[in-house]
Design a protein around this ligand. Structure first.
Ligand SMILES: O=P(O)(O)OC[C@H]1O[C@](O)(COP(=O)(O)O)[C@@H](O)[C@@H]1O
Ligand SMILES: [Mg+2]
Ligand SMILES: [Mg+2]
Length: 333
């Protein structure tokens, strides 16, 4: 049987030709791939090289940084500056915009969560990296946050790397969602999951149930109905999952369907929710929608939210289309 697998780089070249894009897009994606491979290597080595534990510093969110949060952030900043295609970057781990100096031709902006699921690093549960690419608006000052505050529908590309039993990279450039698996021996990502699509219905939901006492009535109603099973109003039994790594939850939903919720609740309402719009909710919403799913705050399509702050938090409900629309209908009453 002739060898058929194609690499992510060849896939990007084909996309470039198909979409009549310049080579810049393929080049800037290649920088992200390299960063993800390097982070995968560091995650994989774990305690062997002291990559577990805390860094002894806090990020702009007031969260204790893990050593791998800081290392992954450094790797992303360094590798994505080398190519000179980004005018500036923004990260969960940096308060302000990181301008890439000396790159007159940088026409893109990169946002990223260098290490997602940080609470799982030391216990060896899957973690990931999330990224979102925007164009630098004409005449905008790339060193200012305003240049980044574009609604999710403006993204030209979004993706994540999943550092799990295998390392995968899943991305969309606006024409479907494709998954690639890293062959460590060859050092290349190969296309293993072309055209990923999400079933419209599901029997699996994911939410941090320890926050049930804080939930607003629409979420409480939805979860109670799922838990009531086939004797209840939904007439079917549901299963529940919670990995506490958004990347792992979204990947599970892309592979077998489901709904993921990190809603705004009475405890996190003053912060606007838990997850961050610019480098968690928007890239995941783009991927989910491109795979036929839906992504909402409960009352609004996430990708249409006009951002006001680089690190703003937002309610996230995403996954199988019919399920998300049902939850949205409970919010709209
Ligand atoms: O600890 P909780 O409340 O279960 O929250 C888990 C959520 O927080 C996150 O870990 C936040 O992301 P970071 O690890 O990048 O800060 C998500 O990946 C995950 O969905
Ligand atoms: Mg995260
Ligand atoms: Mg993170």
């Amino acid at each position: 049987m002739p060898y058929k697998r194609i690499t992510l780089t060849h896939f990007l070249l084909q996309e470039q030709r198909r979409l009549g894009r310049s080579g810049v897009f393929t080049a800037l994606m290649t920088d992200i791939l390299t960063a993800c491979k390097m982070v995968s290597h560091e995650v994989n080595r774990g305690a062997l090289v002291g990559n577990h534990g805390v860094a002894g510093s806090e990020n702009v969110q007031g969260e204790e940084q893990k050593k791998l949060d800081v290392l992954a952030n450094d790797i992303f900043l360094h590798m994505n500056a080398l190519g000179g295609n980004y005018a500036a970057m923004a990260s969960e781990e940096l308060e302000d915009v990181h301008a890439v100096h000396g790159t007159a031709e940088g026409r893109y902006l990169l946002l990223f969560d260098p290490l997602d699921g940080s609470s799982n690093i030391d216990v060896n549960i899957s973690v990931g990296s999330i990224f979102s690419i925007l164009r630098l608006p004409e005449g905008a000052d790339a060193s200012k946050a305003d240049a980044f505050l574009q609604p999710g529908v403006q993204q030209v590309c979004a993706g994540y790397a999943l550092y799990g039993s295998s390392t995968m990279l899943v991305l969309t450039t606006g024409s479907g969602v494709h998954g690639f698996t890293l062959d460590r021996d060859v050092g290349m990502f190969f296309l293993t999951h072309p055209h990923m699509t999400i079933p419209a219905d599901t029997k699996e939901f994911a939410i941090n149930a320890s926050r049930a006492r804080f939930w607003e009535p629409p979420v409480k109603r939805y979860v109670d109905e799922c838990l009531a099973g086939k004797e209840g109003p939904r007439g079917k039994d549901f299963n529940m999952r919670w990995v506490a790594s958004m990347v792992a939850e979204v990947h599970r939903i892309l592979v077998r369907g489901g709904v993921f919720m990190y809603p705004k609740d009475v405890e996190n309402a003053k912060k606007g929710g838990k997850l961050r719009l610019m480098y968690e909710a928007n890239p995941m919403a783009f991927i989910i929608e491109q795979a036929g799913g839906a992504a909402t705050t409960g009352t609004e399509r996430i990708m249409e939210v006009q951002p006001t702050d680089l690190h703003q938090r937002i309610a996230v409900i995403l996954g199988s289309k019919n399920e998300v629309e049902l939850i949205e209908s409970y919010h709209k009453g």
